[in-house]
Design a protein. Structure first.
Length: 261
């Protein structure tokens, strides 16, 4: 039954964003993404701090080791993002460089493929994390899957927009996004068959998952929200952030409810 849950959660996570991207127009996508960013930040932070980390710390593993893992995880995701930034060698419109159209398309195409490769690896890791959470506790698995899906939807929709700008047709962008999303299912399978043999590493995997959530929220999502905006847009941000936190609280049943195997 656990394997079925893992496959279902990773499949929904991989496909939901593609379905949403397919059903919305480019203009609507651009407007919706900013609200999804606020929602994701609320979901990821509250999942990490109210559910995943407490679950790991209640395992009985030495707290110092878990905090060291949390620090290592945050530094790892920082370095991973650095590597991604260095690998993305694309130029910007107003950079003072004059490139002919063919060069633009070539560079954009490379950027699109780079996004897909990075996204595939990211999705595989997400699948592994979901599997580890389900193996530890079914309730934790669903909450973790929901947090990942909440982040994946704006990310995948954003990637879809990048691919369209890179010259991909709408159908091709959706197909490649779906293939990238399917990597989460492969990660879930790998997690189920590999992590099951080493139950002692579950608390550490959960802390790594939490460090991913915290890093993405604090380093990526929240900075996107930190702009001077009209009060209505600021209120909308707070509303969507609060909705994300409330969703997790409702699913968890208050700050870290007990196990639900």
């Amino acid at each position: 039954m656990t394997l079925t849950y893992i496959l279902l959660a990773t499949l929904v996570g991989g496909i939901a964003s593609v379905v949403i991207a397919a059903s919305l127009t480019h203009a609507v996508l651009s407007r919706v993404v900013k609200h999804l960013v606020s929602l994701s930040a609320g979901v990821l932070l509250s999942t990490a701090l109210l559910h995943v980390l407490p679950e790991a710390f209640e395992s009985g593993v030495d707290a110092h080791k878990l905090f060291l893992t949390l620090l290592a995880g945050l530094l790892f995701f920082f370095l991973l993002e650095k590597a991604e930034l260095y690998r993305h060698n694309h130029h910007h419109e107003g950079d003072g460089h004059h490139h002919h159209h063919h060069f633009d398309r070539e560079q954009a195409g490379r950027g699109g493929l780079s996004v897909l490769v990075g996204d595939g690896i990211h999705n595989f890791c997400d699948g592994f994390i979901i599997a580890a959470a389900f193996l530890a506790d079914h309730h934790l698995g669903w909450v973790t899957a929901m947090a990942i899906i909440a982040h994946e939807i704006p990310q995948e929709v954003g990637d879809y927009i990048v691919l369209l700008n890179a010259g991909f047709s709408r159908a091709k962008a959706l197909l490649f996004n779906a293939l990238s999303g399917f990597a989460a299912v492969l990660g879930g399978l790998a997690g189920y068959f590999l992590a099951g043999h080493w139950e002692g590493i579950f608390p550490y995997l959960l802390v790594v998952a939490a460090s991913s959530f915290v890093y993405v929220s604090v380093a990526d999502l929240i900075p996107q929200l930190q702009r001077r905006l009209p009060w209505r847009e600021t209120a909308a941000q707070l509303l969507w952030l609060g909705t994300g936190v409330t969703l997790v609280l409702l699913l968890v049943g208050g700050p870290h409810a007990g196990h639900a195997h």
